[in-house]
Write a protein that binds this ligand. Sequence first.
Ligand SMILES: *[C@@H]1O[C@H](CO)[C@@H](O)[C@H](O)[C@H]1NC(C)=O
Ligand SMILES: *[C@@H]1O[C@H](CO)[C@@H](O)[C@H](O)[C@H]1NC(C)=O
Length: 361
Amino acid sequence: MKSACLLLLLVSACWALPFRQSGFLDFMMEDEVGSGVPDAMAPMPPMPPDMPVCPFRCQCHLRVIQCSDLGLKSVPDKIPSDTTLLDLQNNKITEIKENDFKVLKGLHALILVNNKISIIHAKAFMPLAKLQRLYLSKNQLKDMPNNMPKSLQELRIHENQISKIKKASFEGLLNVIVMELGSNPLKSSGIDDGAFADLRRVSYIRIADTNLTEIPKGLPSSLSELHLDSNKITKVQAERLLGLKHLAKLGLSDNEISLVENGTMANVPHLRELHLDNNVLTTVPPGLPDHKYIQVVYLHNNKIATVGTEDFCPPGFNTKKAMYSGISLFSNPVPYWEVQPITFRCVFDRSAIQLGNYRKK
Ligand SMILES: *[C@@H]1O[C@H](CO)[C@@H](O)[C@H](O)[C@H]1NC(C)=O
Ligand SMILES: *[C@@H]1O[C@H](CO)[C@@H](O)[C@H](O)[C@H]1NC(C)=O
């Protein structure tokens, strides 16, 4: 990395300037501006004043600026304006100021994970017109940043102190595909109705390890994965999943769910995986026999006391149904020897079924 950087600097410097042997003082200057090249023994021409320099102690290579693990307390200045990736993770940055990213009009990815950021100036992200990935996880933010770029495709902001998602928070973010919001002190009452409405391309949302008591309202129909594990959700309301015709994975493990409403499965016709383990269900969720694509149903660690012969498979034997590849029922009060074998008549691979408590994980 360093030698490639040196080579790059030499090549570009040579293109920019006729070669001349530099003197001792030039080396001193070179060191002061911090070219990122530690070896001052090689003769180097001096930098012209408008040449982008690598911030002190960072490593710069092919428009990628790596400044992680340097104990930085603020965003370095003099970041080259053609930077496409700026990595500032594992530092001690506390604040993002208005002009910190002012020149970075071509930046694609900004990594600020694991700092101490509690303040982001409302206009700080506005110049980043090409930003696609914004990683802000493991900071001390109390609010969603304002004016996030419309070009954004991926927002990761888990492990912060965010308690509210306002209607304006994600306004205009039409290009977002991945959103990671887990481990924030979020409650259902802290999420405005319609907060997700503008995310028309989003395919992955994760809000795990928060204090949600309900599945959020108004989720975008583009969703293919919804992960709401480790919350305090008490029931699955069918209406909350209405229109999610692309949803393939639904994660609801480790909640307090006692009821899956009738009609839930019909609202997610392409669901393949349903994780409902570690809840307090007393019956198998309704609608599985009629569902065409469901393959994985995790129901272990619940309070299911009976399993009926029509809970998983349609009536009769010659039925068209996608193959189940995983059904878990262990750690439920149902005596597994009382579950009739014909209950799983539409499951072709019996090893897909984890029934008895001897399969405890
Ligand atoms: C959820 O609420 C409990 C009790 O009020 C609190 O102790 C916990 O920290 C909250 N969880 C999160 C992720 O904020
Ligand atoms: C769900 O549907 C079943 C069968 O149609 C019915 O017996 C049950 O009462 C319904 N449950 C609810 C909560 O509507």
